[in-house]
Design a protein around this ligand. Structure first.
Ligand code: ADP
Ligand code: ZN
Length: 731
């Protein structure tokens, strides 16, 4: 692999059909495994771009690629998307009309189909060979391959039958794809599928475009309104533990003018399906759901995922929050936590057998730690999943961004509150307790003689809201029990006792200064929106929704948000210009190009001050910088470079110019005194550069070497190699 790189062929396919101009990490390697017919196991996070890894090779190879997918909705989504791009694809699953299945069979045998999506039970029912009946098969790609393993969290019996594929098609390679696999599951997948020396590719699970936040839950609806206001008009998912909560929050959000619908297993099938559809089609902004929601939908432009109740494990959290920002644009994940949820989960799991209960409690504890600690959230998540994460600060979570500021003497403050609860004999609720601590004017205090307690007035200088905030934090961190309803009495837990005695240290922070009222905050303009005319963007979204409806597609299958944002900032006036934007492949340009150009033209006529064809001259087309801070982008770029990512690929991933990335790489080589350029430059180039440098005795200027080699080696390679040579010469 690698030596006979198929990169140009694959890049050409990516450009022509998808309108993308580079690979995401590990995509190229994954695709090359298909082309060289080598079995593979590919583990990439949600949104990592797994589908492309098998779709692009399917176009480049003889025969039909068979893709096994567990959910009919996902299968339909992918097949519709492919067809929308002019790629011949079909699907077979149980419960399909006979004539539709027959037509698929005909297309298959005529050799027209590039990809055939099959549900596992259908593959078994028909028998592998009868399905294809002599039609050549290029490879088998198994999506959600962890379903084959009993060790995984989503075992499906039907997947076991895939073991027969190897025998039926000894020539075809088999490729397993999943977003979640522990080493044990990965090994099991290989064994069950009978893989032969598979190439194993494991991506980083970091999702750099997601901003993680954790807040104690107060008035959840108010908190959600604030979040939704930051993403005006854009889609969001709110997860709740109970059905009742989904109904209540959806209703409250509607009352506050936010378009929201509930989704849970208790709704009639029809209602549930309609609500889901309306969300996917952008007809409703927010879906408030139990965790039953989300499997089988691939909506790429979800901009926020809020957990209004604690998830039961970090595995769940990763999966559910991961539904934000699949398209790579900045999105946020907010966890609203409360000690009451821990009690709720403990109640739900109380009848589990002892061993399982222990596991369940440990997982819950991990979620609680994640939510209440003051360590980088991203680091906490990645470490939980076994990824070595060494960065000090990610810049992409509330902790690293310095949002909650820690209270300097947390332990002392906590001790004051906890002792006060004790002195009040654990008979009073948060409001009363806060009043005693603040020496507030409350007749009941004097009546009860509580003004004589030693803890009376200890937090005199602090507002009531802040003290109550701290009480909520102590409860969330397990030092206090707070029922969550009204003025139920507070109680000090065993952990709280430890804190009173100085053996445990709660971490308190200043509650945000925002009050209990909803105040519309300014919509933050992250730099992804730079230059984007929001009004035009809105008009294009409406056009997109209408076009989608006409062709029975999802809006995102017409064009993704990133493409619309580029249209709204570049404002192309020609089809050629439009075709250079992100995500505009040949077929889509033909199908929708004129409609979008007309909309842009009409908008610009109304707003003559707006220039058209902005920056189109500069190749490649403009990339909007992505949301994360510059530091964070740099850190991510360095991380990818260390893993051997090429300058070009890394530039694509982090949406920065190649020159910027080259700069990062060269300074990293200098700072870390690296001497081996072969991670980034082919050995043959290194050799030629080295001998040219030696001959010319030139280790700094690039031009003489470039000229000496008659322009046959890119500047990129020369500057990287020279930086390493300087180090090995001790310069
Ligand atoms: P996964 O299946 O791994 O969750 P998808 O295959 O759904 O991820 O891809 C997520 C999104 O990223 C899709 O909108 C897809 O079109 C887009 N995408 C995939 N590969 C690339 C690429 N190389 N460049 C730009 N966008 C890509
Ligand atoms: Zn962080």
């Amino acid at each position: 692999m690698g030596v006979s790189s198929q990169r140009p062929v694959l890049l050409d396919l990516l450009r022509r059909h998808w309108g993308y101009d580079g690979f995401r990490p590990l995509q190229q390697e994954a695709m090359e495994a298909h082309l060289s017919r080598r079995d593979s196991i590919v583990i990439l996070p949600t949104g990592g771009g797994k589908s492309l890894c098998f779709q692009a090779p399917a176009l480049a190879m003889e025969g039909t690629a068979i893709v096994v997918s567990p959910l009919i909705s996902l299968m339909k989504d992918q097949v519709d998307t492919l067809r929308g791009m002019g790629i011949q694809a079909g699907k077979l699953h149980s419960g399909q009309p006979v004539d539709e299945a027959r037509a698929v069979g005909d297309a298959l045998r005529s050799g027209d189909l590039r990809l055939l999506y099959v549900s596992p039970e259908r593959l078994i029912m028909e028998g592998f060979d009868r399905i294809t009946r002599g039609a050549p098969v290029s490879f088998l790609a198994v999506d959600e391959a962890h379903c084959i393993s009993e060790w995984g969290h989503d075992f499906r019996k039907e997947y076991r039958m895939l073991a027969g594929f190897r025998e039926a098609f000894p020539e075809a390679s088999i490729h397993a794809y999943t977003a979640t696999a522990t080493p044990q599951v990965a090994k099991d997948m290989g064994a069950q599928l009978g893989l032969r020396k598979p190439v194993t590719l494991i991506g980083s699970f970091d999702r750099p475009n997601l901003f993680y936040r954790s807040e104690p839950r107060g008035d959840a609806t108010l908190q959600i309104r604030r979040i939704a206001a930051r993403h005006r008009g854009e889609s969001g998912i709110v997860y709740c533990i109970s059905r009742k909560d989904t109904e209540k929050i959806a209703e409250e959000l509607r009352g506050a003018g936010i378009d929201a619908l509930p989704y849970h297993a208790g709704l009639a099938d029809e209602v549930r399906a309609t609500n889901q559809d309306r969300f996917i089609n952008d007809e409703v902004q927010v879906i408030v759901a139990t965790i039953a929601f989300g499997m089988g939908i691939d909506k790429p432009d979800v901009r926020f995922v809020v957990h209004a109740g604690l998830p039961k494990s970090l595995e769940n959290y990763q999966q559910e929050s991961g539904r934000a920002g699949r398209d790579g644009l900045a999105s946020e994940c907010v966890l609203l936590h409360s000690g009451a949820d821990i009690m709720k989960w403990k109640h739900i799991t109380r009848d589990l057998p002892a061993a399982q209960l222990r596991i369940s409690n440990n997982k819950l504890r991990a979620v609680e730690d994640y939510a209440t600690s003051f360590a980088c959230r991203r680091a906490a998540l990645l470490r939980y999943f076994g990824e070595g994460w060494t960065q000090e600060s990610c810049g992409g979570c509330d902790v690293c961004a310095g949002h909650p500021s820690p209270v300097p003497d947390s332990l002392v403050v906590a001790q004051k509150i906890l002792s006060c609860v004790k002195r009040l004999r654990e008979e009073h609720g948060p409001v009363y307790t806060a009043n005693v601590l603040r020496a507030a004017d409350d007749a009941r205090i004097v009546e009860a003689g509580h003004h004589q307690l030693s803890t009376y007035g200890l937090l005199r200088d602090v507002t009531a809201e802040v003290v109550r905030g701290w009480i909520a934090q102590l409860s969330a961190q397990g030092y206090l029990l707070l029922d969550g309803r009204g003025e139920a009495p507070l109680r000090v837990t065993a952990r709280g006792w430890e804190a009173i005695h100085g053996r445990a240290t709660p971490q308190l922070f200043q509650p945000s200064a925002r009050g209990e009222e909803f105040v519309e905050e300014e919509v933050p303009q992250n730099d992804e929106w730079q230059g984007v005319d929001r009004d035009l963007f809105e008009e294009l979204r409406i056009l997109r929704a209408n076009l989608a409806k006409d062709s029975d597609l999802r809006p995102y299958q017409v064009f993704g948000d990133r493409t619309l944002r580029e249209m709204a900032s570049v404002r192309p006036s020609t089809l050629a210009g439009l075709g250079r934007l992100y995500g505009v492949g040949q077929r889509k340009r033909e199908s929708y190009g004129d409609a979008f150009l007309a909309a842009i033209r009409s908008f610009c006529k109304r707003r003559p001050e707006l220039p058209v064809d902005v920056d189109l001259e500069a190749a490649p087309p403009p990339r909007k910088a992505s949301g994360p801070s510059p530091d964070r982008v740099k850190a991510q770029a360095l991380e990818l470079l260390r893993k051997g990512g090429s300058v070009r690929d890394v530039a694509e991933v982090v949406h920065r110019a190649e020159s910027t990335i080259r700069g990062y790489l060269v300074s990293m080589i200098g700072e870390e005194n690296l001497t081996d350029p072969e991670l980034w430059v082919p050995a043959s180039d290194v050799k030629r550069i080295r001998s040219a440098a030696k001959k010319l005795d030139e280790y700094t200027r690039l031009r003489p070497i470039f000229d000496h080699l008659e322009g046959s080696i890119p500047y990129d390679h020369i500057s990287i190699t020279l930086a390493c040579l300087r180090n090995s010469r001790g310069e």
